[in-house]
Design a protein around this ligand. Sequence first.
Ligand code: ADP
Ligand code: MG
Length: 247
Amino acid sequence: MAHLIGIASGKGGVGKTTMTINLAIALQKSGLTTLVLDADLGLANAQLMLGVKPTHTISDLLSGNLALDEIELNCYAGVGLIPGASGKEALTNLSTPTLLDLINLLKASPKQIVLLDTAAGISKQNMQLLSTCDSKLIIFLDEPSSIADAYGVLKIQQSKSGLESTFLIPNKVNDQDEGKLLYKKMNGLCMNFLSEPTQYLGSIRKDHKVLTAIRSRSPLAKQHPESLAWQDIRLIAEQLAKSLALN
Ligand SMILES: Nc1ncnc2c1ncn2[C@@H]1O[C@H](COP(=O)(O)OP(=O)(O)O)[C@@H](O)[C@H]1O
Ligand SMILES: [Mg+2]
């Protein structure tokens, strides 16, 4: 059975998609097989960052027309992608049985790890998808709105499935010390108000190369392997694999 990793943030634009695709590449390069599902079922963009043009999308899976392996696109480093379906509003409001079928299909994937790049916000669908994941990565920035929204996600997840295997990842930090401090602040909120700790793997430094890679429609790992952000994501991938005993 594949291990499902959900990537969420509450607030949009904090680095979920960047993290998802580059984490998948890092895990794949360490010898694990990965599949990314663009689970932002309304505004898909993982395909842009991976620089691929899909012919089929998750829509074809949900409508029962195609199987998972018929939709999967082979991307950089061997990462598989199930593209999202931009602008298909129906996909933002799926029934619970449909969502559960989707999760079961993903768990039955022959890949070792399936990464879900979830939508921003705390819609019921979004929170339900995340709560069924084996591990959760919560990306956040040192900004009040990002901290508040990430905490909102943590609170809902805690009530649904607890915070076991929940990792907090500060993004766009100046250095690792600053990131660790930000993690401690957020973890303190969880300890005080939700009575449960979270886990830490490392932070991602602010790096303008993230944007230049996006603009050139090529993954950061491929375009700028020397970049600070890619180095940080690689270390996080290593820690994650160790922590989950994935390799
Ligand atoms: N570590 C980073 N350093 C600098 N910019 C970043 C970093 N991570 C993400 N960004 C920028 O933030 C924006 C949003 O990133 P994205 O991954 O699309 O977020 P989300 O999927 O959460 O909406 C992008 O323009 C990207 O360039
Ligand atoms: Mg995104």
